[in-house]
Design a protein around this ligand. Sequence first.
Ligand SMILES: Nc1nc2c(ncn2[C@@H]2O[C@H](COP(=O)(O)OP(=O)(O)OP(=O)(O)O)[C@@H](O)[C@H]2O)c(=O)[nH]1
Ligand SMILES: [Mg+2]
Length: 203
Amino acid sequence: MIINFNSINFINSILNINELSHDYGNEFAVIGYTNVGKSTIINLLFNKKISRTSKIPGCTYRINIFKNNQEIRFLDFPGYGYNKFRKKIIFNSFDFFQKYVLIRNSLKGIIFIIDIRFLLKKIDLILLKLLINKKKSILIILNKSDKLSNVLIKKKIYTIKKILINLKLQYKFHIKIKILTFSSLKKNNLQNIKKNINFLINN
Ligand SMILES: Nc1nc2c(ncn2[C@@H]2O[C@H](COP(=O)(O)OP(=O)(O)OP(=O)(O)O)[C@@H](O)[C@H]2O)c(=O)[nH]1
Ligand SMILES: [Mg+2]
């Protein structure tokens, strides 16, 4: 199957795990810390402004669900870190995601967005370990690479690969985790990201 990235529509936004649609077909989750660029990447992938983005952390505060004409669903998760609107929101993205990963059979892959400058925060590592334990396929996107020099980008890639190798030794897992760098400003590697999402659905 080749994913059609040229047809996407907003379906609904949810706050509760019971509001998820039936667990059939193919689903992808776009997750990561607040403000790393999840919604921006979704908009670029589908070449359409379907998800709200903002400089203010916590812009996405519900799980927004999109679907293409092949019935493939993409879930844009709220970031699980610092949230400017936290006091107003009783929703905990991190807890939701943990539950979601455990129950969701149609979840074909995780698109894990990371700010390349900060790499993995403690909370990212906890989620990564959970995903590895559940044998979920992961595509890691090191976003905002425009903020670093090429030398630093290489260093960051080296560091995250080392972290993953250590996790591999610790948890003895065999799933492949692909790592790509990206910049929503430069839009490099967009085709490569699409290729790798296709890889997730077909494996
Ligand atoms: N310099 C730079 N800025 C980026 C990049 N990607 C996203 N941004 C900016 O980062 C901010 C946050 O982007 P969003 O897409 O809203 O981030 P998000 O992860 O969806 O944020 P939450 O939904 O609040 O968790 C916006 O101001 C974007 O324009 C990038 O690659 N480079
Ligand atoms: Mg967002």
